[in-house]
Write a new protein. Sequence first.
Length: 280
Amino acid sequence: MFIGISGMQYSGGSLADHRIVVVEDSNVFTSMIGQKLKEAFDIDIEVCRNFEELQLAFEYGEKPITLAISNVNLPGAENGEALSYLADLSIPIIVFTGTFHEKTREGILARDIVDYVIKDTVLAIDLLAESVCRFLTNHRHHVLIVDDSATARALLRGRLERFNFQVSVAESGAEALDILKKTPTIGLVITDYNMPDIDGFELTRRLRSVRGSHELRIIGVSSSDNRLLSARFLKAGGNDFMLRPFVDEEFYCRVNQNLDTLDQIRTARRLIGGREAKVA
């Protein structure tokens, strides 16, 4: 079992069928990344030490690139050209960088990258491995977005699909209840507070009457400046609450934490069920 720094758990076996390209000119880091991904997930990486090698890897590779782990700057692409190249090809990117400040962050996030990891800690390789694992396995999780605003639904859907989640959307509380009734695989609901038919509080109460936190996690969201909304959501049975506009890193962290908790509860219940069956 792989256990990440944040508590993520994965025991699904080899992920060797994925093609991972590491765009990095440091022998030390490429060696550490390769060793970690091989040990944890049985992944053999491809290393591209300059921009030309990256172009050749894309043009002559036998199968599509699943994910690229890329430095911001490397020989032949000193100004971030490698990231632009990968983004233009719609290849998912995790940025692994040693130079980081606010301007760098804005430039990275503007390219809709999957994640970024900073090389300034001894845990950097572990954090990178967890980010890789999340991206490759997030398709196991089905998330429902509930919001009467088409723009808000599209923004949230884009964020979640960038991270490789299964995503469904509902434009009303009533539609959300119908989708959840038909789709038991949904494990997380992200719902707006202010909706015309059934507001977020009432939707949460109705969901909790049929599905507990061990089956479904609920995150409430709102653009309101009323700080008491979070308390009302939690008292209605919600698990978390976020105010818009979201900070990308916080949004992804909250989603991950709730789904990690759901996984841990399910694992614990299976173990308990197995023990009870043996005793019986």
